[in-house]
Design a binder for this molecule. Structure first.
Ligand code: ARG
Length: 465
């Protein structure tokens, strides 16, 4: 290394400046404490870039060999936790480059030819998010499998279906769980869609305008598994819409998880008592000895809020930025990381929590005896006997009112009592008023008849694979 190649100030761009930044500004602008999380992606991107530079004879084969050796060593240091991260070197990119130069000299300084941290970070974060999307997809599939296994056991277990949180019609517990399988399937489709749009290579955009070196972007894209290159250099370095899309998809996942969490909490309340949750997902109270609280689903419900918050943060981060790159974008990482971490933990827990649900079919059946869950079946019965639906609706409403006054169910009324509401009612009515009868007749795709639920489970097992 010759003297003139040495960066005497320790700062990459310092030749331009007459005074150093204050300690506070250094801390304020540095991102290394959090963006070191994308170090391995940074190395992957640098290796692909260096190989392309060598193929294009922009750097020599000797330089490339040194860069590969140096980056491999750095990767080992990072993986073993030996790498010395330094706040003075601002971010993950400069930390690695500085270490590379310390290890291999001038070749390390040539790595940044035809590249900027702007296209570098845009590439790293895409690589990281792509891997993250893939693991979240796997976790969603595990969660779906757990739901399907429980649904299979309870494909015929009657549960009061609610609208407005009031008893509406009988459904099976399996059918109810399958609703969440569908939501998760759409969540996965959204992630796949986001991945497809994101999977383009920003490298080559350099700072914003491209580079004067004869680079070959397509080969770098292929090596890094991107489907193609970002078409516009300004767009490539500046937009973080893919991060926003991911956050939006993540928010919807949390919405769905949070709805399920809310149901678990309600079902666990002794007033319903539909399920019990394995002790490993609950905690007690420090003062009330009898308590068993559904902390885990409550926390999941609460954590949805922070994920939505990150979505708002990222949208706000982007909205005022003129083209092209602005330092604002450095603020994309913490929300992204926290979103991914929250999602990964929540989904792992839920895949384990679902098999920990102990179902109480007796409590579900008991609840079905209140609320006249088969009233619609009685109305449908009258329609099938020729009464217009609106008249049938009115006749049954009167029957319900009468049963309510007597404190009994529709099925507890005698044939004579029922006939007072419509002469069309005959003895075959009692088959219609049972929960099993009500379930069995909803026998079409998407319906709650146990036969349909079994068929839906089979289809879902194929779809989610
Ligand atoms: N740490 C920066 C970020 O996360 C890297 C890009 C910085 N580029 C720049 N011109 N300051 O966005």
């Amino acid at each position: 290394m010759t003297e003139q190649h040495l960066d005497t100030s320790g700062k990459t761009w310092s030749g331009r400046f007459s005074e150093p930044v204050s300690e506070l500004v250094k801390r304020y602008t540095a991102s290394v404490l959090f963006d070191r999380r994308i170090a391995l992606q940074d190395i992957r991107g640098s290796l692909a870039h260096a190989r392309m530079l060598a193929r294009q004879t922009i750097i020599s084969a000797t330089d490339l060999a040194a860069i590969e050796r140096g980056l491999t060593q750095i990767q080992g240091e990072i993986e073993r936790g030996e790498f010395q991260w330094n706040l003075d070197d601002e971010d993950v990119h400069l930390n690695i480059e500085k270490r590379l130069t310390a290890l291999i000299g001038d070749a390390g300084k040539r790595l940044h030819t035809g590249r900027s941290r702007n296209d570098q970070v845009a590439t790293d974060i895409r690589l990281w998010l792509r891997d993250t999307l893939d693991s979240i997809d796997t976790l969603l599939r595990h969660y779906q499998t757990a739901l399907l296994d429980l649904a299979q056991q309870h494909a015929a277990t009657p549960l009061p279906g609610f609208t407005h949180l009031q008893v509406a019609q009988p459904v099976t517990f399996g059918h109810h769980l399958l609703a969440y399988v569908e939501m998760a399937q759409r969540d996965r489709a959204r992630l796949a869609d986001c991945r497809r749009r994101m999977n383009r290579l920003p490298l080559g955009a350099a700072a914003l305008a491209g580079t004067s070196f004869p680079i070959d972007r397509e080969s770098v894209a292929r090596e890094l598994g991107f489907e193609g290159v970002c078409e516009n250099s300004l767009d490539a370095v500046s937009d973080r819409d893919f991060a926003i899309e991911f956050s939006a998809a993540a928010s919807l996942i949390m919405v769905h998880i949070s709805r399920f969490a809310e149901e678990i909490i309600l079902w666990m309340n002794p007033r319903m008592g539909f399920i019990d949750l394995a002790d490993r997902f609950c905690t007690g109270s420090s003062i009330m000895p009898q308590k068993k609280n559904p902390d885990v689903p409550e926390l999941a419900r609460g954590k949805a809020g922070r994920v939505f918050g990150h979505l708002m943060g990222l949208l706000t981060l982007m909205k005022g930025q003129p083209l092209a790159y602005n330092k604002d974008n450095q603020e994309d990482k913490e929300p992204l990381f926290d979103t991914a971490d929250t999602l990964v933990d929540t989904l792992r827990i839920f895949a384990d929590l679902v098999p920990g649900i102990r179902v109480r079919p007796e409590a579900m059946s008991e609840a079905l005896k209140q609320g006249f869950a088969t009233a619609t079946d009685l109305a449908d019965y009258l329609v099938k006997k020729g009464l217009p639906f609106r008249d049938a609706h009115e006749a049954v409403a009167l029957a319900v009112r009468s049963a309510e006054t007597r404190g009994c169910d529709l099925a507890d009324l005698s044939l004579g009592e029922l006939q007072a509401f419509s002469p069309l009612i005959a003895t075959d009515v009692f088959a219609v008023l049972t929960v099993e009868g009500s379930l069995a007749v909803r026998d079409h795709i998407g319906g709650t008849a146990p036969a349909q639920v079994y068929a839906a489970i089979l289809r879902a097992r194929r779809t989610i694979a």
